[in-house]
Design a protein. Structure first.
Lengths: 589, 685
């Protein structure tokens, strides 16, 4: 692109930055309010932004959308640009592209993207894009989390980039195909309309901004913002010591065969550049925990933005990062490898980045969060013959960090989703929650304690139901850093005549049958701890004990508290023991 | 006995207690401002009223906007509270809706106002369809309540899962608790908010219980101090929804006072605007750390259904929608690590405050920029807290932190700070207008509080507002709002049925019963009420959606008509989203009843200046200011002395004791017949 050399003053730039961000934010809000399915309306599993007219790079992204989309959306725009090139076509005013191809700028099949070129003075100024997680797009399992899929065809309908609008004319044919392939066409239709509304609104706002500031000045502003984002990121990296730092973590299995899968990172800091080398990670697997290259990059972006909060949502941030991701590894798969469970793999990616960062600078990093989305579905038919599908994600504890305990019952780092109220779930589906509580001892012990996970226990109030779970962390717990302990693992059991049973693959399973009055129990992991547990101040250990956050056994065995005859903390003995422990630890190091 | 004919409005804010007194017989008003007494707000309250009214027995009504509740929540200074809840659900308060404090960073913890050991469970269970599966175990309840009492709890919150659908168990338990509990601080979830969504209902009820002892003792104290002074009439409290309620109801539902102060201000803005022919207004309240805007559309204030006081502290009661951004006079200007200028959200507040206060802050603020540009006076700072401001210190701060690094002059640096701050405020105005589908060109900005009027001129151009209207006494707007606010009670109840499944006869009866009860609150009041008005609303959606639209319902017909309700829904949905969805059934989630007792209206023409002077007679001085990149010699006017109809062309400055108005180059202003200053773009008209 030829960029004119018009210099933009810093004040106008600061003003325009706010204006651009507000446009993206407004698009988010428009969709959240008008969307049909709760995954968008309540859980905000959607995102909007402005993307470079030539490269598709992220220019500005809404602040309220799903964090993981912040990095991945530019790949969607790039996919449209690539398709136009392949067709030897130019973008036309009034075109809107639609697709969900996970291998070409997507994440998983549930996420539908709309991409629209925005023209001003006869030229493309930028692309606007909208992505939202639709409720059901076909496939073997309602809600599309199919833990036993071996091809994407079992996960739902796949749409490559095609035009939904051509020069402003809506192509009903395309909508009809989509509607015919969903179990919940009303919901799909409502969400599609919401995304169109958001793009329309963004376009209107952008035109009034361009009328006010002009095409070139606005373009220069976006260019300057990108350069600034790069500068900010380079400054952050320069503050870290040079060197190579490694971390690895594991996925339980791929849902097909019970073999752990490795996610390994070698992170190199080289002055103002960072290399993220995932070369030692597992090969692509048969089940749906594979992810595409674009998803891997997006997940890295999320992790870095959690570590360096003030870097903007702009492609410039990724310029100083070098990615080494092996083709056909679990982190860069091609069709038709299943990718439906992408959330689990990217959570593990974020964990290894936090763990590597803890090696570089523990004070900057944090322990692992609970690390699994726990997509649980209960479904069946009511006595009147109507179908019901209860599908939800569940929460867990956040990791501890220097200066604070982890948050109890938080949402996953890749999302800002809230959990639906149990009163809404009970009103909509024939279930009764027996327990909705914090899970004692689930937070990793440490000087700063990991946040607590939860216990959800659900009882069936209809004759029959089928249960499926897509979870992780059933075998490998979320880890602590700087001597902090791991959290408790994920645990799912269901009731059969003679008690509670585990799933054969621990954290994943389909086709579990429940009868009236039987229960499932999901116990989610907490977050990892930070620092040695015996350094935790006694008052806080006592307070944790009093609140039931930890058990008496944990207080004695892990926090090294000594009790007197009456069951009260013996401060004198405890302090003595802790001093000895510290001494031994210092001698070792 | 003397005739009581004074109406007194008192707004107690963080810094000042503002008093507005209206003599209903003589048609005169008086205002004053005294420092707020933080420990016991009733002291400053009495002192302020006494400055105007020596004999309290001539007061007809006192209406009060209070921040006692707000502050107790913000500073977590509520009472020791306990919770009784359904077996299996003691952690709902702490688990929230599974959110986190910030999108990015994963840091930050949550401390619930009631710790885990004071949240006790009892066996009981109801379902969403209203069926009671298990009757509440009163023996266990008694044990648990006694445990809470023994642990020194002052107030108690009762919350059962699904009680919104059938509150029989909650009622039984409430009766038992009230027999056992030594005081009246018992908050019951379905008495506070019989609406679906357990966390929101519980959080609102708990915070009510948390506030009750604090707010009650304050109001009792106030009442007894006032009665010692000879006042024995009714005290009304401003609610978050902009209406007033009796003192006794406020003691029962203190959670409804959360936004009392800001709500009073918006109500005043509405009345002032309507009197002067402005029905579309955006009120702007600029304080030390924040800029609060609220939209009045076609004479109606905007209402929100819930807010978060802090992370995880959700309050769900109808309240005037106030959008807050971190840009106030004390907001700090800085360069981020890539060198981009930003203002806020960090703030120096009012203590230590801006650099020019000389109280220890050295980083430049918005007020410092205004001072350096000559827009505010060094010798006559508003508010009366300080005698003078140190402009040299402000210059040094801007030079060191901003202008040297950007390689521009100190004046350009100051103007840059202002531009970025104004852009942020403009963003807030866009948020409440454009985002809600309103054209800013149809709206006028109305600043109140001390700082707003310095910035409104710039905002007219930045956002494309029609005009600005600056009330005659922006500093006491909230106290005036107390005097003009009506009595208002509302109640919500979850229905959660498809429109086609509605039993319209029994629903209508239910709504009538609720409505009659609210009426008695008003008719039992010892206040002048002109008439009662009723409003009925349904919260509705397409089955499958989660966000509702508010649908006004006509209740004058003999029965609720399904087709009429569908039509009203279609209209409301179309207005909100622009397109209807065919063949999808609609659902009624909640009904809401609002009963208003209209109080006598207040004649705003009282504010018209008497014996005003011409503009040229009101010039206090000529001062050099810096604007649009150059120096101007501008006239500084004594605002309150200006006669009706006087015109002033910008750039100019108008001063009065409680605010300073900057008329930017390219703007003009005129005093209207109510004493307001109306600002327009010169080119526009």
């Amino acid at each position: 692109m030829t960029k004119s050399k018009v210099k933009i003053d810093p004040v106008t730039l600061a003003v325009l930055k706010g204006r651009f961000e507000q446009i993206a934010d407004e698009m988010d809000v428009t969709l959240f309010r008008s969307a049909f399915n709760p995954i968008i309306a309540e859980a905000h599993d959607a995102s909007h932004g402005l993307y470079d007219a030539n490269s598709g790079d992220t220019l500005v992204q809404g602040s309220s959308g799903l964090p993981i989309f912040v990095g991945v959306m530019s790949f969607a725009v790039k996919a449209v640009i690539k398709k136009l090139e392949a067709l030897n076509q130019k973008p036309q005013e009034g075109d809107v592209w639609i697709f969900n191809d996970p291998y070409d700028g997507g994440t998983h099949l549930s996420d539908f993207r709309l991409v629209k070129p925005i023209f001003h003075d006869g030229k493309v100024f930028c692309y606007l894009a909208s992505v939202g997680h639709w409720h059901d797009v076909g496939g073997n399992v309602p809600g599309n989390y199919n833990p036993v899929a071996t091809e994407c065809f079992q996960e739902g309908i796949l749409i490559p980039p095609v035009k939904l609008f051509e020069t402003g004319i809506f192509k009903q044919d395309i909508a009809d195909i989509l509607l015919a392939n969903s179990r919940l066409p009303n919901s799909l239709y409502g969400d599609l309309n919401g995304q169109i509304n958001a793009l329309d609104l963004g376009e209107n706002r952008l035109h009034s901004l361009l009328n006010e500031y002009g095409y070139s000045l606005s373009l220069n502003a976006l260019d300057a913002l990108k350069q600034r984002a790069e500068t900010m990121m380079r400054n952050q990296i320069s503050n870290l010591p040079n060197g190579k730092y490694s971390a690895e973590d594991w996925l339980d299995n791929d849902g097909i065969s019970d073999v752990p899968l490795k996610i390994a990172l070698d992170l190199t800091i080289d002055n103002d550049q960072m290399v993220l080398d995932f070369g030692r990670s597992s090969k692509a697997c048969s089940g749906p925990v594979n992810i595409s290259y674009s998803t891997t990059v997006a997940a890295c972006y999320v992790a870095l933005k959690h570590l360096f909060e003030d870097v903007p949502a702009n492609a410039g941030v990724l310029t100083p990062i070098v990615f080494k991701i092996e083709k056909d590894s679990i982190l860069s798969v091609k069709a038709p490898k299943p990718v439906g469970g992408y959330t689990e793999t990217i959570l593990r990616l974020i964990d290894v980045i936090f763990l590597a960062m803890a090696e570089i600078s523990p004070l900057k990093s944090m322990a692992c969060a609970y690390g699994t989305i726990n997509a649980l579905s209960l479904s069946g038919y009511r006595s009147d013959g109507s179908r019901w599908v209860m599908f939800s994600f569940f929460g867990g504890g956040h990791g501890a960090y220097h200066g604070g305990d982890g948050l109890n019952h938080g949402n996953a780092p890749i999302s800002t989703a809230t959990i639906p109220p149990l009163e809404i779930l009970e009103a909509a589906y024939p279930v009764k929650f027996v327990r909705w509580a914090l899970r004692p001892d689930s937070g990793g012990a440490g000087e700063f304690r990991g946040g607590l996970g939860a216990i959800y226990e659900i009882e069936l109030l209809e004759k029959n139901a089928t249960v499926s779970l897509f979870g992780e962390r059933g075998k490998f717990p979320p880890r602590g850093i700087s001597g902090g302990f791991s959290a408790l693992k994920n645990a799912f059991t269901y009731q059969e005549q003679d008690g509670y049973t585990d799933l054969p693959l621990i954290s994943k399973g389909v086709g579990v049958k429940l009868k009236y009055g039987e229960r499932v129990r999901l116990q989610t992991p907490g977050g990892g701890g930070f620092g040695s547990p015996f350094k935790r101040p006694l008052d806080q250990v006592f307070s944790d004990l009093e609140k039931g956050y930890i058990s008496i056994q944990t207080a004695i065995n892990v926090y090294r508290v000594r009790m007197d005859k009456d069951g009260n903390i013996d401060r004198k003995k405890t302090i003595k023991l802790r001093l000895e422990l510290e001494k031994t630890l210092n001698e070792k190091s | 006995m003397k005739k009581a004919d004074l109406l007194v409005g008192v707004d107690v804010g963080g810094t000042f207690t503002d008093v507005f007194v209206f003599d209903t017989v003589k048609g005169k008003f008086f205002t004053t401002k005294v420092p707020s007494t933080v420990k016991d707000q009733s002291l400053g309250f009495i002192e302020g009223v006494e400055k105007i009214v020596p004999d309290f027995s001539v007061i007809l009504n006192i209406v009060h906007g209070s921040t006692v509740g707000t502050n107790a929540l913000l500073e977590k200074r509520g009472a020791k509270t306990g919770i009784i809840t359904t077996l299996g659900f003691a952690d709902i308060l702490e688990m929230r809706r599974r959110d986190r404090p910030k999108t990015w960073g994963l840091k930050g913890d949550f401390k619930p106002v009631v710790e885990r050991k004071y949240r006790l469970e009892v066996p009981e269970r109801g379902l969403a369809n209203g069926k009671i599966l298990e009757k509440v175990c009163l023996e266990k309840l008694q044990d648990q309540v006694k445990k809470l009492l023994a642990s020194g709890r002052d107030s108690i919150c009762l919350f059962f899962v699904n009680s919104y659908a059938n509150n029989r168990n909650e009622k039984l338990a409430a009766k038992k608790i009230r027999e056992l509990w030594p005081n009246s601080f018992v908050s019951v979830s379905t008495e506070i908010l019989p609406e679906m969504r357990e966390f929101e209902r519980l959080s609102t009820t708990v915070l009510n219980a948390y506030l009750q002892p604090v707010v009650s003792s304050y109001l009792d104290q106030l009442k007894s101090r006032l009665s010692l002074k000879g006042f024995d009439k009714e005290i009304l409290i401003v609610q978050s929804n902009g209406g007033t309620m009796s003192l006794d109801i406020a003691k029962k539902y203190p959670i409804r006072t959360t936004l009392s102060g800001p709500a009073a201000g918006v109500m005043a803005g509405r009345s002032i605007g309507i009197a002067s022919g402005f029905t579309n207004i955006i009120t702007c309240d600029m304080g030390g750390t924040s800029f609060d805007v609220s939209l009045i559309n076609n004479g109606k204030v905007s209402l929100a259904s819930q807010t978060s006081i802090d992370f995880g502290m959700v309050v769900r009661t109808p309240m005037i929608e106030v959008t807050t951004i971190g840009a106030g006079g004390g907001s700090i200007a800085s360069l981020d690590n890539s060198g981009l200028l930003k203002v806020g959200p960090e703030s120096a507040g009012s203590d230590p405050g801006p650099v020019c206060y000389g109280l220890g802050n050295t980083r430049p603020t918005v007020t410092d920029a205004n001072l350096v540009l000559g827009l505010i006076s060094c010798e006559r700072p508003i508010g009366g807290k300080l005698d003078s401001l140190d402009i040299e210190k402000s210059k040094i701060a801007i030079k060191e932190h901003i202008s040297d690094k950007l390689k521009i002059s100190v004046e350009d640096g100051a103007e840059a700070i202002l531009k970025v701050a104004n852009a942020k405020m403009a963003g807030a105005i866009r948020l409440v207008s454009i985002e809600k589908g309103n054209d800013p060109n149809k709206f006028s900005a109305m600043p109140f509080g001390g700082g707003g009027a310095l910035h409104t001129g710039a905002l007219i151009k930045e956002v494309g507002l029609r005009s600005a209207i600056i009330p005659r006494f922006p500093g006491v707007t909230s106290a005036l709002g107390c005097v003009v606010a009506d009595l208002l009670y509302d109640r919500v109840q979850t229905v959660n049925k498809l429109l086609t499944d509605l039993d319209s006869r029994s629903l209508r009866q239910e709504i009538r019963t609720a409505s009659l009860e609210l009426e008695t609150y008003i008719t039992s009041s010892n206040t002048d009420i002109l008439k009662l008005e009723h409003f009925y609303e349904f919260d509705m959606l397409y089955a499958g959606q989660t966000h509702t639209v508010v649908v006004p319902i006509d209740m004058n017909d003999a029965s609720l008509d399904e087709n009429e309700i569908q039509k009203s829904f279609d209209k409301a949905y179309l207005d909100t989203y622009g397109r209807l969805l065919e063949n999808i059934p609609v659902k009624v989630v909640n009904f809401r009843v609002i009963v208003v007792g209209r109080r006598p209206s207040f004649d705003m023409s009282l504010f018209a200046p008497k014996d005003g002077k011409t503009a040229s007679e009101c010039i206090l001085e000529k001062r050099e200011i810096y604007a649009n990149g150059k120096t101007w010699l501008v006239k500084v006017y004594d605002r309150l002395a200006l006669e009706v109809g006087e015109k002033i062309i910008g750039p100019a400055i108008l001063e009065q004791s409680d605010t300073t108005i900057f008329l930017n180059p390219g703007l003009k202003a005129i005093i209207d017949q109510y004493g307001n200053l109306i600002i327009n773009d010169i080119i526009e008209s």
